[in-house]
Design a protein around this ligand. Structure first.
Ligand code: NI
Length: 177
């Protein structure tokens, strides 16, 4: 099976709002595995289905893969995730996105979140996350609303990034930052 292709700026489909998953079956689990493969291959620590052209509320995450030197895999699949609680205290991480390659910027977000979701077996789960995982969950849940991490930056910076990607796409090259 061909690997899933990750959509990048300035593709407007990244702005689509994702629809809830209604059935968790073997077809969906196969899709989850393909998403995970594309994410590891990229390589990235989080991926939303809309980034591979499927506007459904599905996220794959593996922050351990980056933090852990041995590269141990511990993927998490979040289906129909919903952030139930965000802490008042915030944290700052330098974020990147597989759909905005080579561009990184610091984003401030709530430091902790509690999220409920369905796992790959369709079971309801709840998780409290902090650190990089909390940031990653919020970044990916944003994708489901058509929101990108550059939306958290100033309009000036955001416009600069979009302009660079649009210009590069027209010229058939990659943007340089
Ligand atoms: Ni992203």
């Amino acid at each position: 099976m061909a690997q899933l292709n990750i959509i990048t700026l300035p593709d407007r489909s990244l702005r689509r709002k994702s629809a809830p998953v209604e059935r968790i079956d073997d077809d969906l689990r196969t899709f989850l595995d393909r998403m995970l493969e594309a994410m590891y291959e990229a390589p990235g620590i989080g991926l939303a289905a809309v980034q591979v052209g499927e506007p459904r509320r599905i996220i794959t995450i593996d922050v351990a893969h980056k933090e852990n030197e041995e590269g141990t895999k511990s993927p998490i699949f979040l289906i129909n995730p919903e952030i139930l609680w965000r802490s008042d205290d915030t944290g700052i991480y330098e974020e990147g996105c597989l759909s905005i390659p080579e561009y990184y910027a610091e984003v401030e977000r709530p430091a902790k979140v509690r999220v409920k979701y369905l796992d790959r077996d369709g079971r309801e789960q709840e998780m409290e996350a902090d650190g990089l995982l909390a940031t990653c969950i919020q970044h990916e849940v944003d994708h489901l609303e058509g929101k990108l991490f550059i939306d958290h930056l100033s309009k000036l910076k955001r416009d600069m990034v979009v302009r660079k990607f649009s210009k590069a796409a027209k010229e058939g090259r990659k943007p340089v930052f």
